[in-house]
Ligand binder design. Structure first.
Ligand code: SF4
Length: 588
């Protein structure tokens, strides 16, 4: 690392004592780069074994990387914590202005420990940290409003991010999210509840500085080449124009779009919720994370009449992407775009993870449909496929919890199905609700094998594409590809590179960019670091009770035809045996 690079600074904040200090942790950044690599080491240091995820001893770690603010699309912040949703590794990535603001404030990572007695928010401005009373913000619904109030109270210069929770986080719902810049989220695994347990409503970070590079001329050249490839690449163009919802139609056509709680993987009304259709009907604006020329974030402008003012309309701006359309569209059997957007808006207001919320509602609908539960459990709500009025009510009850059934739903499908039955169609893997792909065995192997139980870990859906062509691929070969991809992605997430840019940031580009920031690694060394970070994550998971043998595979995935046909249970078992042996042999 270059001598005067402030990346080495880790800011430690203690909410109990309302104190803070900074430490030089170049030992971690020199070895693990930043992001996921540094965050897992800090989590190991700061989180005592067996810590209560909602107790003051569970730390929140936020880390960025050496390329942040220097290169396009190195725009993510990695948050790490012990997850209240799965009880082991919590890791979530978000963009917006978070990463650039942390780097500009002069830090490579922030560690937040302890808990405040009263609601508070932290304002970090360069080397100053202020602990502010947030009593008046506690209970405030829309995260947009929380952001507005904090913005007005914290006039800071430079780039600023405001990361905040909604009521779901305050109520410790284990799949509550943290929202940053209104439309970006640390969505998965319950960071919002960890904030809530610390009575931490928000973190604002601001700063301004210039960053050192080894050779300005070379830096300019490399920057230019990454930037132009980012703007000229057809894939990025596609993400800019339609965004990830461009995948709705191809996934549906291939038979991989989970529909009605995965009773089918084809949705007969997919065209109605396609990215193209939504863009034509109501695309309001496109946004970008800081320092990204792609702008893949799509915001719908939903225009609705006021009930008692027929000629008067209100316009709501609502973010949407592929995963949200899957979770709150096809998975709920819904093709009414206004209804879907209204549900997404409500999920956003409460501050819940949309994917978990959609999967929970879909499971409850099937339970109701099958007569396993009645209006007695649902507090009078008649859950029906595609009925958004009933979903809005059920969502409200998940947050308010007027009956035991909603309390169970508020803890996720694994928990609720253990009480009410229907485990065979409770779509969670490793405790985390399912993402939007039923493309073949590899996507499910990816959810099971991934450290975060996310489609973004090992991108199994991409391996399923290969399986469509090469049906002879063995379970071991599939598992090996998923693990190899996840290990390489540890390098990307340690450099906090947006995964959409993974083809731009080839090993050669990464080596060159790191060199200009004072790091000297060849490809072999990088791959070794990736493997080490991956192993460390599993070491933490296993330390906190994770077991491959306890992983539950929902039977439903074997009952519904995928893009490559019906799935073979033995194929997935054999692949998971390979994953287990490979990972445990490294963990030791
Ligand atoms: S491609 Fe999209 S998600 Fe990735 S950094 Fe750019 S705007 Fe953010």
């Amino acid at each position: 690392m270059i001598k005067n690079d402030t990346l080495r600074n880790v800011l430690y904040v203690d909410l109990t004592r309302k104190s803070f200090h900074t430490e030089d942790r170049s030992d971690l950044f020199d070895k693990y780069l930043g992001g996921s690599g540094v965050a897992i080491k800090l989590l190991e240091e700061e989180c005592p074994q067996g810590a209560d995820p909602l107790g003051p001893e569970n730390p929140i770690i936020m880390a960025v990387g050496p390329l942040t603010s220097l290169y396009p699309l190195a725009s993510k912040t990695v948050a790490m914590f012990k997850s209240p949703h799965t009880g082991n590794l919590g890791e979530s990535h978000a963009g917006g202005r978070s990463a650039v603001s942390i780097r500009m404030a002069g830090y490579g990572a922030i560690v937040i420990k302890g808990a405040s007695e009263r609601p508070c928010y932290i304002s970090i401005s360069g080397n100053k940290v202020y602990f502010r009373d947030a009593s008046t913000l506690w209970g405030m619904g829309k995260s947009e409003n929380v952001g507005k109030v904090i913005r007005a109270n914290e006039p800071s210069s430079g780039l600023r991010t405001i990361m905040r929770i909604g009521i779901a986080g305050e109520k410790l719902i284990p799949y509550a999210c943290v929202t940053t810049e209104t439309y970006r989220h640390f969505g998965r695994l319950g960071l919002g509840a960890v904030f809530g347990s610390k009575k931490l409503k928000a973190i604002a970070v601001a700063g301004k500085r210039s960053l050192p590079v080894v050779d300005k001329k070379q830096y300019g050249k490399l920057y230019e080449s990454i930037f132009s490839r980012a703007t000229e690449s057809p894939v990025m163009k596609k993400y800019h124009e339609i965004g990830t919802p461009v995948n709705v139609i191809p996934l549906n056509e291939s038979g991989g779009l989970p529909t009605r709680n995965l009773q089918s993987a084809r949705f007969e009304q997919a065209e109605m919720i396609s990215g193209e259709r939504i863009a034509q009907q109501c695309l309001g604006k496109r946004l970008a994370c800081a320092h990204c020329p792609v702008a893949c974030i799509h915001i719908a402008a939903l225009r609705e009449p006021y009930e008692d003012e027929p000629y008067f309309y209100k316009t709501s701006m609502i973010g949407y992407d592929y995963e949200l359309i899957f979770a709150c569209g096809s998975l709920l059997g819904g093709s009414d775009v206004s209804g879907m957007l209204t549900l997404l808006d409500s999920i956003e207001s409460y501050g819940l993870d949309s994917m978990s919320a959609g999967v929970v509602l879909a499971w409850a609908t099937e339970l109701f449909d099958k007569g396993v539960i009645s209006e007695r459990e649902t507090n009078g709500v008649r859950l029906r496929w595609g009925d958004y009025a009933s979903y809005l009510k059920a969502l409200q009850y998940i947050v308010e919890q007027p009956t035991d059934f909603y309390t169970a739903l508020s803890k996720g499908v694994d928990h609720a199905s253990a009480i009410y039955g229907g485990q065979e169609y409770a779509l969670a893997f490793g405790g985390n609700e399912m993402p939007g792909y039923h493309t073949g065995p590899a996507c499910h192997i990816g959810y099971l094998a991934g450290a975060r139980h996310s489609h973004l870990d090992g991108a199994g859906y991409a391996v399923d594409k290969k399986l469509m062509v090469n049906k002879a691929m063995t379970p071991e070969a599939v598992a090996a590809e998923v693990i190899a991809e996840e290990r390489w992605r540890q390098i990307l997430s340690s450099l906090v590179i947006c995964f959409f840019a993974r083809d731009l940031y080839t090993p050669e580009v990464i080596i060159e960019a790191l060199k200009l920031s004072g790091f000297d690694f060849n490809e072999d060394a990088l791959r070794k670091i990736g493997e080490e970070i991956h192993t460390e994550k599993f070491r933490f998971k296993i330390r906190e009770g994770f077991s491959f043998d306890a992983l539950r595979v929902p039977k439903r995935i074997f009952e519904t035809r995928s893009s490559v046909g019906m799935l073979d249970e033995q194929f997935i078992k054999t692949a998971m045996e390979y994953v287990k042996n490979e990972i445990l042999s490294k963990v030791g």
